[in-house]
Design a protein around this ligand. Structure first.
Ligand code: PLP
Length: 402
């Protein structure tokens, strides 16, 4: 078995050993239901209180009561969006972007069928949001604006503070939900500084296990619960608390907070090294996001006139994991909705690969990819039906360099 080089950390991350260690006692000795009255339940209920405080600090909320634990980023988004809309049934207008994660976009498609009007804001060729379009779309009836903090496919960061200022200047009643799943552990999160009403995170994107997330709901924002039952999470999300996973989420948040500096210097340095070497060594490579501001761990690179899936298969044979933006729908390969919204040229859209690093990515792994990738691209390029176009591109690149 070849060594694993895992560069798909925007899909999921490995659980940090320290996170697992923190969780284990709550599977073994401390298994009590945290809502129980007896002393045996004290350790688990205290652990949840402590975890809530840690997540409150992680996003810089004002109060622990503003933090709900959920099962994942999708649940956080659904709770926030449906929660706000169901609480205030009079307003029927929503604004979002064309590049959101499917857990948000598909929910809006469902809501449209139920009578909501949804405006989808576009992006430019670097993936940056059109703020004028967003401002013009806000009206009296706008219940909610929802914008992701960073895009999962490109890593492009959206100007959350500016967006919240625009929203509040146009309609003070409009609520602002931010899907922060792809920024947790990559850049600082501050809900107060950025004027955010609701914000979702997901543990498995920053070295906690799959199956745990959190939602911030500021104290001035009312939501109708999605999951109705017991009194847990102050009646906003029923279900016996998942103590080990909540403890794991908090430990992961602490480690992520401590590692932020490393992320924005060292992880970024490795990402930039990978990117610049690919551009230098592979003539038909292009960075799909141009000069846009991005999270430190992500790059989305288009390889012109070739198929991304073929590149991924060759990479996989060498133990290298990355991903393409394509979603395989009903047997046909649909290019990513994000790259389509950016108008990435058709010559590059099918050959686009997302590389996403983590604090566990090593220099040796990046050097391995830099060594192996040119050969793979050459192999895939040699069977492309676009040989004339590729030769023209090569000549153009050579002329630019000489
Ligand atoms: N939002 C973004 C931006 C994501 O990248 C993802 C997962 O890929 C989600 C939401 C959904 O998170 P989860 O898998 O925890 O439901």
């Amino acid at each position: 078995m070849t060594n694993l080089v895992y560069l798909d950390n925007n899909a999921t991350t490995k659980v940090d050993e320290k996170v697992l260690e923190a969780m284990l006692p709550y599977f073994k000795e401390e298994y009590a239901n945290p809502s129980s009255m007896y002393n045996f339940a004290k350790t688990s209920s205290n652990a949840i209180v402590e975890a809530r405080g840690i997540i409150k600090d992680f996003v810089n909320a004002k109060d622990e009561k503003e933090i709900l634990f959920t099962s994942c980023g999708s649940e956080s988004a659904n709770t926030a969006i449906r929660g706000v809309l169901n609480y205030n049934k009079n307003k029927k207008h929503i604004i979002t972007t064309k590049v959101e994660h499917p857990c948000v976009l598909n929910l809006y498609k469902t809501l449209e069928k139920q009578g909501y009007k949804v405006d989808y804001i576009g992006v430019n060729s670097n993936g940056e949001l059109n703020l004028e379009e967003l401002e013009a779309a806000i009206n009296e009836d706008t219940a909610l604006v929802s914008v992701m903090w960073a895009n999962n496919e490109t890593g492009v960061i959206y100007p959350i503070k500016k967006i919240s200022e625009i929203i509040k200047s146009k309609n003070k009643e409009t609520k602002f939900f931010v899907d922060a799943v792809q920024v947790a552990g990559k850049i600082p999160i501050d809900v107060q500084e950025n004027g955010i009403d609701l914000l979702g995170i997901s543990g498995h994107k920053f070295h906690a296990p799959k199956g745990i997330g959190a939602l911030y709901v500021n104290s001035k924002t009312m939501i109708t619960p999605l999951i109705i039952g017991g009194h847990q999470e102050r009646g906003k999300r029923a279900g016996t608390e998942n103590t080990p996973y909540i403890v794991g989420l908090a430990k992961a948040a602490q480690l992520a907070q401590d590692g932020l500096q490393y992320e924005i210097t060292e992880v970024k340095r490795l990402r930039d090294k990978l990117e610049s070497n690919i551009l230098k060594r592979i003539y038909n490579a292009r960075i799909n996001t141009g000069i846009a501001d991005r999270v430190p761990n992500t790059t989305n690179i288009g390889f012109e006139y070739i198929e991304g899936e073929l590149i991924l298969l060759h990479l996989s044979d060498l133990g290298i994991c990355a991903s393409s933006g394509s979603a395989c729908t009903s047997g046909s390969l649909e290019p990513s909705h994000v790259l389509r919204a950016m108008n990435v040229p058709f010559t590059a859209i099918h050959g686009s690969i997302r590389w996403s690093l983590s604090r566990f990515t090593t220099e040796k792994e990046i050097d391995y990819v830099i060594e192996k990738l040119p050969g793979i691209i050459e192999k895939v390029t040699s069977i492309s039906p676009y040989q004339k176009e590729l030769q023209a591109l090569k000549n153009l690149k050579n002329n630019t360099l000489s």
